[in-house]
Design a protein around this ligand. Structure first.
Ligand code: F6P
Length: 499
């Protein structure tokens, strides 16, 4: 019975982090790991041998190995939608025919990049990538993380329906030098299609004779893109079984591959494949995504932590918290189990965060002295991304490490205002260098961790019905067909539109 395992885990003795370090001189050997150029340090969490063992027993009982095999071999693990979740096939693990299909589609992407690079479709120097959610967050985050600054193409990713996001890009860009990339798995998303229409209108107004000739579509619904008037040779499809927030590895990565070079994209896939292999092969007591999920569940279910904070101590990784918000909250923000029964555990914590050191001067007060216990995740990169005085990068890293130490040790004072309770957990993820291979491994780590969390919770991480109702209501509001929502909402609409 899984409830008995949870009872056991909840009843285990709770030691402070200080006690855990004092009691085990090998703590780093057991809880710090290196993989694909990344050092993962879980030693400042409350994981101890008893907690890990109890979670392993729970994982055995719920069949985590079989469920992992099912994911990695392309079985229909997304039960509510009756399909597989095949993002790993994009990296070479999965159903052989899906792997083959992914390779063929990557090859097609590569060929189109070569054609565009040759200038055969026009003298493009600027790219507008339109998409939202999983069709934007990954490309945007990756581009910021990996761009060097002297690339051939300038890339802007625009997601919001808010015209103040798109307009400044159109003001800056030159229409006949702009390649428009429309990224949408469904090719029905209102924000993306309205933005696309506005870019095409702008191109026409600027004198481009055939705006649709400057469009590339990235989609799992190629027939919709054809209906939109996009030539099939410039439609890069991907498999329906690749979920939106897991789609970075598919054609959705096209704009990044074009802007930064296909080799960068290939390295990203290779890094993710290295983490897939680790996830598949490592024993649970040394399996990085599995241990991370054990810690997540420990804080969510035993210590009732409702949030987890992620701080990137590197401006280049500044969009990672946003990316992880979608990955984890859209995946595991569910209230029912795989069978549709009410979930009796706490679902995904709220993921939030920002960049260090900025956040230290804004929100860390609460982390050190607030009443909430917030597990923190620090990310940093050993190799600097700048060529200024090394004092910048050294200061950045030292601040990062000092925060983890301060959260853990605290500092006692008789003056309660100046007392730091300490015993506050953190994970530190230290990348040797910020490059595509290790970033791919890092993102795959987060995907697998999300999957293990979902499996421990007994929920489906691969659907997202929760986002549909708001879309339906937006349609009701815009329809003007006599259907009404509540009085408050109708009054807001009247004030905005009937003035
Ligand atoms: O509304 C949520 C969502 O469906 C996400 O899951 C998805 O990543 C995003 O919208 C964009 O969807 P699409 O790629 O189909 O435009």
């Amino acid at each position: 019975m899984t409830s008995e395992h949870w009872r056991t885990i909840r009843q285990l003795p709770q030691h402070s982090l200080g006690q855990l370090f004092e009691g085990n001189g090998n703590r780093l050997d057991n809880l710090a790991f290196e993989q694909a150029g990344i050092y993962f340090d879980f030693s400042k969490t409350h994981l101890d041998p008893d907690v890990v063992r109890s979670f392993q027993e729970l994982a055995d009982d719920i069949g985590l190995p079989a469920k992992t095999d099912a994911l990695l071999s392309g079985d229909p693990v997304n039960v509510s939608e009756g399909r597989a979740a095949e993002h790993c096939a994009e990296r070479g693990t999965g159903n052989p025919s899906s792997i083959e299909n992914a390779r063929a589609l990557h090859q097609r992407m590569k060929s189109l990049i070569e054609i565009i690079d040759s200038g055969a479709l026009g003298e493009f120097t600027q790219i507008i990538h339109l998409g939202i959610g999983g069709s934007a967050l990954g490309p945007k985050m990756l581009h910021r993380a990996l761009r060097i600054g002297d690339e051939k193409y300038e890339l802007e990713v625009v997601s919001n329906i808010d015209g103040t996001a798109l307009e400044p890009v159109l003001e800056r860009f030159t229409a006949d030098k702009t390649l428009l990339v429309i990224a949408s798995k469904t090719f029905t998303t209102a924000e993306t299609l309205l933005n696309a229409q506005s870019v095409l209108d702008w191109m026409r107004e600027q004198g481009v004779a055939d705006p649709l000739g400057q469009v590339v579509a990235l989609t799992a619904s190629p027939e919709q893109a054809v209906q939109w008037g996009i030539d099939e040779t410039r439609i890069l499809p991907f498999a329906e079984t690749v979920g939106g927030r897991y789609s970075l590895w598919s054609s959705i990565g096209f704009s990044v591959a074009l802007a930064l070079g296909y080799d960068v994209f290939a390295d990203l896939l290779a890094g993710a494949a290295a983490m897939d292999q680790h996830f598949q092969e490592a024993t649970w007591d040394r399996n990085i995504p599995v241990l991370a999920a054990f810690a997540d569940q420990y804080y969510a279910q035993v210590r009732a932590c409702e949030t987890r904070a992620v701080f990137a101590y590197d401006e280049r990784l500044g969009l990672l918290p946003d990316y992880l918000q979608q990955l984890e909250m859209e995946s595991n923000g569910k209230s029912v189990t795989l069978d549709g029964e009410p979930l009796s555990l706490n679902s995904s914590p709220i993921i939030w965060g920002g960049v260090g050191t900025d956040a230290q001067h804004a929100v860390f007060q609460l982390l050190h002295q607030g009443t909430h216990l917030v597990p923190v995740e620090f990310l940093a990169v050993v190799e600097p991304g700048d060529s200024l005085d090394p004092a910048h990068h050294n200061g950045l890293l030292l601040n990062c490490f000092a925060q983890g130490a301060a959260l853990m040790s605290g500092k006692k004072s008789d003056d309660s205002h100046r007392n730091y309770p300490g015993d506050r957990p953190s994970v530190t993820i230290l990348m040797e260098e910020l490059e595509a291979h290790s970033l791919g491994a890092l993102l795959a780590f987060y995907e697998h961790r999300t999957f293990v969390n979902a499996t421990l919770l007994g929920i489906n991480p691969f659907d997202q019905f929760g986002v549909e109702l708001g879309k339906q209501m937006a349609n009701v509001l815009s329809a003007n067909d006599g259907n009404r929502l509540d009085a408050s909402t109708e009054e807001l609409k009247n004030r905005a539109f009937d003035a």
